[in-house]
Write a protein that binds this ligand. Structure first.
Ligand SMILES: [Fe+2]
Length: 295
């Protein structure tokens, strides 16, 4: 089982970029290039529902000059190998160029995640990142079972739970953060709850049960779950309500980053949304960032 390491020598600064749905371009690249982030996490749904649009956005994300993890969403079910190649290609080119210039870039690459684990080493704490089930559409059954079987060898939710439990067992840090496309089950039944269903009558909890089982398992094993980060269920519901984008239950912070569209016009300017999570000796701080396009 592979594990990527990222070591930071100060506060750990994670940028969380919610579901893109094509809302991403060269201005984002320039803004993130100026920001001092250690890692970017994309919750997924890069494109507009076609494999081509997902690949086009992936080609742009690949030009980031910071490490990034990209979770495939339910809208990103094209050729996963091609998607991975698009994300790593430009990064590989950058690395080649920097070696030629004599300044080898030792940062982690930009890569897909999902059923994978990663690790952050900071001066204050070490944190295991567990990237949960990719392509989740939510609900009580496995999304795209044939695709999931062919791509990940997973054809049931039970198998998915077991894969996540294996990842938890493989961590050697007390502190964990779960990364997901859809959030976990258990955060409410109402359409405007964090992962409540807003597109069927009587709503219901649309969170991922395998993710919840893995979180409970990790707690039983004595792990501290610092945060669970997902998206997918747009913060503005179909009924016009706003879901909460964060909540704390026990010592776990839950974040739904799906501000859709993430690029939007306000009275004064065009704003671009992401969430900044900082982890230092004071604990975790999070803030919404709305970056003005021309500000
Ligand atoms: Fe989604």
């Amino acid at each position: 089982m592979t594990q990527n390491f990222l070591t930071v020598d100060k506060d750990f600064r994670l940028a969380i970029v919610g579901d893109l749905h094509t809302h991403w371009d060269h201005i984002d690249l320039a803004q993130f290039a100026r920001a001092n982030y250690d890692l970017l996490y994309f919750t997924g749904d890069l494109g507009g529902g076609t494999p081509d649009s997902t690949l086009r956005i992936a080609q742009s994300i690949a030009q980031l000059n910071q490490p990034a993890l990209v979770m495939p969403g339910n809208n990103d079910t094209g050729d996963i190998h091609q998607l991975a190649a698009e994300l790593t290609h430009q990064n590989g080119m950058n690395r080649l160029l920097s070696i030629t210039k004599g300044t080898e870039n030792t940062q982690n690459p930009i890569s897909l995640c999902g059923y994978s684990q990663h690790r952050i080493n900071t001066p204050h704490t070490d944190i295991g990142l567990i990237a949960a089930r990719p392509h989740s559409m939510g609900g009580v059954s496995l999304s795209f079972p044939e695709y999931m079987e062919a791509t990940y060898g997973i054809s049931t939710l039970e198998q998915s739970t077991q894969r996540l439990i294996d990842l938890v067992d493989n961590t050697d840090t007390e502190n964990l953060i779960f990364l997901a496309h859809n959030g976990p089950q258990g955060l409410g039944q109402e359409p405007q709850d964090m992962w409540g269903c807003d597109f069927k009558e009587n709503g219901g909890d649309w969170g991922d049960p395998d993710l919840t089982d893995a979180i409970f398992y990790a707690r039983e094993k004595g792990k501290k779950i610092l945060a669970v980060i997902g998206g997918h269920m747009h913060l503005r519901t179909k009924q016009g309500h706003e879901r909460p984008w964060k909540t704390t239950i026990g010592d776990t912070l839950y974040i739904n980053a799906a501000k859709v569209p993430r690029i939007f016009q306000s009275k004064e300017d065009v704003h671009r949304h992401h969430i900044l999570m900082t982890i230092n000796e004071q604990g975790i701080q999070i803030e919404e960032k709305l970056i003005p396009e021309y500000g």
